[in-house]
Design a protein around this ligand. Structure first.
Ligand code: ASP
Ligand code: MG
Length: 469
């Protein structure tokens, strides 16, 4: 009877039906495990709206952010209204929600009136992490109503981080102390804590966030601090898939993956898991399951130490948007490299990366990508920052920015098995490969292609996966 950490994504708690399904899972697992810890995301779509509101506040658009706060109130109160809560519990919960919404309005006002951009940014994470604080209270109330003691806990009391805005890193030793002093006693009293995912606190007491999709990371931090037996990530899909099913309808669930394979999958575009969660779990050897909350009996995907040796070398193919910067070699390359370096280091950590660069006799090309955890606007932002830096520099004259797709094939040891790389390239015949790179762990191979050819490339590689399974 060990400890299980379960994280529920926004789609698992966003509607009454979803919440009831989640509740059934919690009730069932509470009998199977010695201790249960829940981590929740904001209701689906809420973080996107909070980011929009924070941006409005930065522009001083008071009516805009007030309207959003009102919409959020309506959604949360309507959801609470459909739950079978006792009258006192319901009133207390609505009171809590209103208190948080008021706090939110004050934070937005602080952002709108901040004298500098830097001062405005100090409140930013506190606002975008509000969704989790709202949802955790609803989930805990629902569990309590079903006769099981439960309490909502803010990640600000547990997860200590550095002070990076928008994508902080946890300070594990301090977090371990907090978990031992704050969380363990609750578990020992057989209370189920519902911890807000995504948010933490820095040493000055400022609320921080762990990057988009960061609730998974919270679950893995808690799992590792508690030496949990397993971490389960509940989502709206059956597990990690061999391709994005929205693009490739024949995509299949991958039953097992190694930590390395999953890290590559998350980095190169699978939107299910937060990239940084994997390292921690690998170090503490905690298995992770990704499961569909609508069909909890299905096994989902198990992520653990070793990927078994099967004939299925290539397990998945992903695509991620990027862009290329091409310049004639007559430009001053060291200046260009400096600009690239500066632009990348100026954006919040992990928001942009150079996938690869290459040089021909006439041109120099750099391929950029933004990891999934950076969120949907990151690519646009980095592209805009790069073009204004290039424009401002007299030593860079001609340059071209073009959108591209980075298609990545994932499978352990694919570089060592004879014929695998050749088979992948063969299947791409007729598709123009702009750049090619082998991942340093040997379990990924990426090709850069024009946006128009990406779906064709994905289809062909996925066909290869299906035929070798
Ligand atoms: N709510 C946050 C987001 O949408 C964190 C998470 O869902 O994991 O990015
Ligand atoms: Mg997620």
């Amino acid at each position: 009877m060990g400890t299980l950490v379960m994280k529920f994504g926004g789609s698992c708690i966003g509607t009454t039906a979803a919440l009831n399904q989640t509740l059934n899972i919690v009730l069932h697992e509470s009998h199977q495990w010695g201790q249960l810890v829940l981590v929740v995301s904001a209701l689906d779509g809420v973080t996107d709206i909070l980011i929009e509101a924070a941006d409005m506040a930065r522009l001083g658009d008071q009516r805009g952010y007030r309207r959003i706060v009102a919409t959020l109130r309506t959604r949360h109160v309507a959801l609470i209204g459909t739950l079978p809560l006792e009258i006192n519990e319901k009133a207390a919960l609505e009171g809590e929600i209103d208190r948080l919404l008021l706090e939110m309005l004050n934070l937005y006002q602080g952002i709108a009136e901040a004298p500098t951009e830097k001062a405005a940014l100090t409140q930013y994470d506190a606002t975008i992490g509000m969704g989790e604080r709202l949802s955790a209270r609803i989930v805990a109330a629902l569990i309590r109503q079903n006769g099981i003691p439960s309490v909502a806990l803010d990640g600000t009391g547990l997860i200590i981080t550095d002070d990076t805005v928008g994508g902080a890193s946890p300070a594990l030793t301090e977090t371990q102390h907090r978990v031992t002093s704050q969380l363990v006693p609750i578990l020992e009293r057989q209370i189920i804590p519902v911890v807000t995912g995504f948010i933490g606190v820095d040493s000055s007491g400022r609320t921080t966030t762990l990057g988009r999709g960061g609730s998974d990371y919270t679950a893995s931090i808690l799992g590792s601090c508690l030496h949990a037996q397993e971490v389960w990530i509940w989502a709206g899909v059956d597990g990690l898939m061999s391709a994005d099913p929205h693009i490739i309808p024949s995509a299949q669930v991958i039953p097992r993956l190694s930590y390395e394979e999953v890290a590559e999958l998350a980095y190169f575009g699978a939107r299910i898991l937060h990239i940084r969660m994997i390292d921690l779990l690998r170090n503490s050897q905690i298995p992770v399951r990704v499961k569909n909350f609508r069909s909890p009996r299905r096994a989902g995907t198990l992520i653990h130490q070793h990927s078994p040796h099967t004939s299925q070398i290539v397990k998945a193919v992903t695509s991620i948007s990027g862009f290329s910067l091409t310049v004639p070699l007559s430009s001053y390359i060291p200046t260009l490299e400096e600009i690239v370096e500066q632009v990348i280091s100026a954006v919040p950590s992990g928001y942009a990366d150079v996938a690869t660069s290459s040089r021909s006799s006439t041109h120099y090309a750099v391929y950029f990508l933004t990891p999934t955890a950076a969120g949907p606007n990151a690519l646009h932002q980095i592209r805009a920052a790069l073009s204004s830096a290039l424009q401002a520099n007299p030593r860079t004259q001609q340059w071209e920015l073009q959108p591209v797709q980075i298609i990545t094939v994932i499978g352990a040891h694919l570089n060592e098995v004879p014929g695998v790389t050749a088979g992948i390239l063969q299947t791409m015949s007729g598709i123009q490969i702009l750049a090619l790179m082998q991942g340093p762990t040997g379990c990924s191979l990426s090709v850069v292609v024009a946006v128009e050819q990406a779906v064709d490339a994905l289809n062909r590689i996925h066909q290869l996966i299906l035929s070798s399974g």
